[in-house]
Design a protein around this ligand. Structure first.
Ligand SMILES: [Zn+2]
Ligand SMILES: [Zn+2]
Length: 370
C-alpha cells in the first residue's frame, strides 16, 4: 500500500465533497425534469388493477385497460381509507400514483406475510398497523430470509460441497468468527429495515421521481434511467465507503466493526451484512437519494436494493472469479487486507477512475481460483 493512497479526510473536506455532489445532482435533476416531462404519459392512461369489473367506468375515466384483481384485494380496497375504484375520477395524478403504489405495497405484503400465522396477520391489518410499519415488517422478514437462507446455502456449497477445491486445509473460517458475523448482522437487520420502509413511504408521498408503471415512460426510457440511476448509485456507494475509511470518525466509530474480519480465513458469506447498523445504512443510502435525481421504476429500485444483500454475500466468500469489470470476491478480499483499495460495489470503474484499484493478480497475495 503506497502512502499516496492515504488521504485522511476531515469533516470540512467531507462536507465540501457532499455539497459539490449535491449541487451536481441538482443540476442533473433539473435537466432530467426539463427533458422528460413531455415524454411522460398521463397516469390516467395506464392499466389499473381493481377487484371490480369497471370497463365502462374506466372508459369514461380514460383508463385504457383494467385487470381484475383476486377477491382478497377487496379487503385492502375497503381498509384503504374506504377508497374504491369508483373514486379514481376524484384523484389527481399524484393521489392516483399513491393509490397504485400502496396497492403494490399490499401485494408485496401478501407475499412476505404468507408464512405468518393467521392470528398475527389479523393483528397487523391496515387499520391497526400503518403502511410504513407493515413495510418495515416486510423488509425485516425478507432481509432475514435472504441473509440466513442464502448465507446457509452459500456456505454449504463453498465449504462442504466444493471446499476441497476452494480452500486448502485449515483455510476455512472458524465457527466462532462466523457466529460473530451472524450475531452482528442479525442485530443490525431491524435497523437496516427502516431504510426501505421509510423510502417506500417517501416514494408513496410523491416526493421523489420514482414511478410505479413502466408504461409511464416506456421501456426505452426505463432502461436509460435504470443505467443512469445505477451509475450514480455506484458513485455514491464508492464515495460513502471510501469516506468511511478516510474520515477518522467514520472508521473508528462505525466501519471498523466490518473490518474485524481482515484475513482470508476469517471472512465468510455471513460477513456480508456484518456492519454497524448506521454504517450499513450509509452504504445503502445512495439507492435512496438517487431517486430524487432520476425517474426510477419503484419496484426495480427495491429489487436492486435487496439484490445488494445477494451481492455482498458473494464478495465476502473469498472465492475468486476474475471477470472484468465486475468487482468480485478477489477484489473485496484485498479491500479487507489493505483497507485502501477496491471500495466499489458491483464494478471496478470507480476505483480505476479514482486511483484506488488493486487487481488480485498484482496484490502479491495467494488466491485460489474457482
Ligand atoms: Zn471497508
Ligand atoms: Zn467487506
Amino acid at each position: 500500500m503506497g502512502a499516496s493512497t492515504k488521504t485522511i479526510e476531515t469533516f470540512g473536506s467531507t462536507a465540501a465533497k457532499a455539497l459539490g455532489f449535491a449541487v451536481f445532482c441538482f443540476g442533473v435533476r433539473q435537466i432530467v425534469l426539463a427533458t422528460t416531462v413531455t415524454n411522460k404519459h398521463q397516469l390516467r392512461d395506464l392499466t389499473v388493477w381493481t377487484t371490480q369489473s369497471t370497463v365502462g367506468r374506466n372508459e369514461t375515466l380514460g383508463v385504457a385497460k383494467s385487470v381484475k384483481l383476486p377477491d382478497w384485494m377487496s379487503d385492502w380496497e375497503l381498509e384503504h381509507d374506504g377508497r374504491r375504484a369508483h373514486d379514481f375520477a376524484k384523484l389527481d395524478d399524484q393521489a392516483f400514483q399513491r393509490y397504485l403504489l400502496e396497492q403494490e405495497a399490499e401485494w408485496k405484503n401478501e407475499l412476505a406475510f404468507c408464512l405468518l400465522p393467521q392470528a398475527f396477520k389479523e393483528k397487523i391489518k391496515l387499520d391497526t398497523w400503518p403502511l410504513i410499519a407493515r413495510a418495515w415488517l416486510r423488509s425485516f422478514l425478507l432481509a432475514n430470509l435472504i441473509y440466513l437462507g442464502l448465507g446457509l446455502t452459500w456456505a454449504y456449497y463453498i465449504y462442504n460441497v466444493y471446499g476441497f477445491r476452494f480452500f486448502p486445509t485449515g483455510a476455512t473460517p472458524r465457527v466462532g468468527d462466523v457466529a460473530e458475523q451472524v450475531k452482528v448482522s442479525l442485530g443490525a437487520l431491524p435497523m437496516y429495515s427502516f431504510l426501505p420502509a421509510l423510502c417506500e413511504n417517501i416514494v408513496e408521498r410523491g416526493w421523489t421521481l420514482a414511478y410505479v408503471r413502466v408504461d409511464e415512460y416506456g421501456w426505452a426510457n426505463y432502461l436509460f434511467y435504470f443505467f443512469a440511476y445505477m451509475a450514480f448509485v455506484e458513485f455514491g456507494v464508492y464515495w460513502n465507503h471510501r469516506l468511511l475509511h478516510d474520515l477518522r470518525f467514520g472508521y473508528d466509530k462505525l466501519h471498523y466493526i466490518h473490518h474485524k474480519y481482515n484475513k482470508e480465513n476469517t471472512l465468510s458469506p455471513f460477513a456480508g451484512l456484518a456492519f454497524h447498523p448506521i454504517d450499513g445504512i450509509l452504504q445503502a443510502i445512495p439507492y435512496f437519494w438517487t431517486l430524487f435525481v432520476f425517474p426510477m421504476h419503484a419496484l426495480t429500485y427495491e429489487l436492486m436494493l435487496f439484490s445488494t444483500a445477494v451481492w455482498t454475500t458473494n464478495i465476502h466468500d473469498c472465492v475468486e472469479v476474475e471477470c472484468q469489470p465486475i468487482m468480485g470476491a478477489g477484489y473485496h478480499t484485498i479491500h479487507h487486507t489493505t483497507y485502501r483499495h477496491n471500495y466499489g460495489q458491483f464494478f471496478t470503474y470507480m476505483d480505476r477512475a479514482f486511483g484506488t484499484i488493486l487487481y488480485p493478480d498484482n496484490s502479491g497475495k495467494k488466491h485460489w481460483n474457482k
